[in-house]
Design a protein around this ligand. Structure first.
Ligand code: PHE
Length: 337
């Protein structure tokens, strides 16, 4: 039995057959086990001799099996290590990472510019009360100028804000008519417009407000001029045209020169050489008063620019809807490395 077993163990090359052999010799019905079981039938003198022999053989077979098992395990391990070798010098697969949306990027750029000129950055709610969106801005109920901004009403009193101007009133209220205000406020606004290449029912504005004891129209012009040059280049000029807003007096609209394309056919400025980018003016005395500022002591300017418009001009985007469709081919073009 011993020799036969050892020979067989030697030939074995896999765990399963080794297990079968173990059962065959050492299992409950295995050959060694049956020898040991049959001991009772033997004569008294023979029992210790046979018993000792059987035990020795059992031990011998057990240790050969264990040896073989260890060897097989080692071989399996070696093989696995060989197969799973990693070449750490191979170039990795690039991971796709996201980046800020072009609009987010533009807002940050504009924020940086104005922070540099001493402005704070404020925020206001997109669901706004009729009071802040209109009333506090000198647009009482039934005022015809409310038609300039077709709105989405939620209840009689609540609507989606049609501009970022309510944040003017909110900020002045919070400052209680006591200290100067110098803030900008970027944000999403909503109007009941039909969407086309230059209109979207949801778009972005950046509001600006500077209220202090001696703020003048020339301050507005100076700051906007600086803004235009920093944003679009030193060769850009601005032009202020008279306009009307109920919350500013006098009111202006600002154009930026469109030098590059004014000579040939230009779709952006329609060959006028100028592009309109914002509305603004001197804060109306009634607006200051309603927010708790004494218009005899304080004056201020305000403006509201179309962020999408600025981004379209700066990056040559020809359809405002691109900003809101989340087409990855568009969005990823403007991710910075
Ligand atoms: N709120 C105005 C608009 O949306 C822009 C504006 C802001 C005009 C501040 C004057 C002062 O058209």
């Amino acid at each position: 039995i011993h020799k036969e077993a050892v020979a067989k163990i030697k030939d074995i090359n896999d765990m399963k057959s080794l297990q079968e052999l173990r059962v065959k010799y050492l299992g409950k019905k295995g050959s060694i086990t049956s020898v040991l079981r049959g001991m009772g039938k033997l004569a008294k003198e023979e029992r210790p001799i046979i018993g000792e022999m059987a035990n020795k053989i059992r031990q011998a077979i057990t240790s050969s099996i264990e040896e073989k098992q260890a060897k097989l395990e080692q071989e399996a391990m070696d093989k696995q290590l060989q197969e799973e070798v990693i070449d750490v010098t191979l170039p990795g697969r690039p991971i796709q990472v996201g980046g800020p949306h072009l609009l987010t990027h533009i807002v940050q750029e504009i924020e940086d510019l104005f922070i540099g000129m001493g402005f704070e950055v404020k925020e206001g709610p997109q669901v706004e009360t009729d009071y802040y969106n209109f009333e506090a801005l000198n647009l009482p109920q039934n005022h015809p100028a409310r038609d300039m901004q077709d709105s989405f009403y939620i209840t009689n009193e609540l609507l989606l804000r049609t501009h970022t101007s309510p944040v003017q009133a909110r900020t002045m209220n919070a400052y209680k008519g006591e200290k100067p205000v110098k803030m900008i406020c970027p944000g999403v606004v909503y109007r009941r417009d039909h969407d086309d290449a230059t209109h979207s029912h949801q778009f972005n504005q950046i509001e600006g407000l500077y209220v202090d004891k001696d703020v003048r129209m020339s301050d507005l012009k100076g700051i906007l001029n600086l803004f235009a040059k920093k944003m679009f280049g030193e060769d850009r000029e601005i032009r202020l045209r008279p306009s009307f807003f109920p919350f500013t007096e006098p009111s202006v609209e600002m154009d930026i020169s469109c030098k590059v394309c004014s000579k040939k056919g230009c779709s952006v400025c329609k060959q006028t050489g100028w592009i309109e980018v914002l509305g603004g003016g001197m804060v109306h005395p009634r607006v200051l008063e309603m927010a708790g500022y004494d218009p005899k002591v304080y004056t201020g300017f305000a403006f509201g620019m179309g962020t999408d418009r600025i981004a379209m001009l700066k990056y040559g985007v020809n359809d405002i809807r691109q900003f809101y469709m989340n087409d990855k081919r568009f969005v990823t073009q403007y991710h910075q490395a």
